[in-house]
Design a protein around this ligand. Structure first.
Ligand code: SAH
Length: 257
């Protein structure tokens, strides 16, 4: 019995074994971090290769009980590794005590929320390999100046180096999604702190992009301390022109007050 694909759970099962092998192979082999979380194993197309790797101790979180039953009957030794539940509600401190890596063909409808959750735990997550909608992958990897450069690009690039691994067409899945997909790898960069308040940094980035057609002077109005001198030319720009470093400098200017 196969798992019936449920749209609401973003279920598109990868059937191309070559792609599945490449995704699992994209998790670095030389990492000292053995613990790996797979988000949304589905019918186990990635899981089968993950559990075959001797350098990895994998655990999986799957929300769909039908997929969970499938995995338990098809893969011996899954008990104790497979958790049934919602990754977005999972308390990661109860899953792994130390650092862990993340892999998955993410449910596309919640991929941004997954990245925000990974960011909350960024100091424990040195590497992420994931398949997401190609459009989102492009956005995340994009540099300043591009129309699709946005909140996730800045917040992720502040902490991670992002590499494009491969693109995957709809035909690699059952049922085929309407969109193209891409696999990316994120590796934690050397940054240990931003040099500004992290919460304010996030707020500045979000506020600036939420009104991305406005100059920063206008878009950031609600955040500008009274009396702040906004003659610096950075305030004439729009969010999409700013690098991570520019956003840090901007946050520092708002902080001084
Ligand atoms: N890895 C499989 C399935 C990818 S589809 C493959 O490549 O074929 C996405 C998977 O994520 C589905 O199995 C879906 O049930 C699961 N999923 C969706 N939302 C989830 C959530 N919030 N937490 C954990 N798993 C989730």
């Amino acid at each position: 019995m196969e798992v019936r694909a449920k749209k609401a759970l973003g279920q598109h099962f990868l059937t191309d074994q070559g792609v599945a092998r490449s995704i699992v192979a994209a998790l670095s082999a030389d990492s000292p971090v053995r613990d790996v979380l797979e988000i949304g194993p589905g019918m186990g197309v990635l899981t089968q290769y993950l559990i075959g790797r001797e350098d990895i101790d994998a655990r999986m979180i799957e929300i769909d009980s039908e997929s969970v039953s499938y995995l338990l009957t098809h893969f011996p030794g899954m008990e104790g590794r497979l958790m049934e539940g919602d990754y977005l509600r999972l308390d990661m401190s109860r899953v792994f005590p130390g650092p862990y890596r993340v892999i998955g063909n993410f449910p596309y409808n919640i991929s941004s929320q997954i990245f925000f959750k990974i960011l909350e735990d960024k100091d424990r997550v040195p590497e992420v390999v994931c398949m997401i909608q190609k459009e989102v992958a492009d956005r995340i990897a994009e540099k300043p100046g591009s129309k699709v450069y946005g909140i996730l690009s800045v917040l992720l690039q502040a902490w991670y180096d992002i590499e494009y691994v491969l693109s995957v067409g709809p035909g690699a899945f059952v049922p085929p999604p309407k969109v193209h997909s891409a696999v990316i790898r994120l590796r934690r960069n050397a940054r240990t702190s931003l040099g500004c308040d992290e919460k304010l940094f996030k707020q500045v980035v979000k506020t600036a992009f939420n009104q991305r057609r406005k100059t920063l002077r206008n878009a950031l109005k609600p955040l500008l301390p009274e009396g702040l001198d906004t003659s610096d030319p950075i305030f004439d720009l729009r969010a999409e022109r700013l690098s991570v470093e520019d956003f840090i400098r901007l946050t520092q200017m708002l902080e001084i007050h």
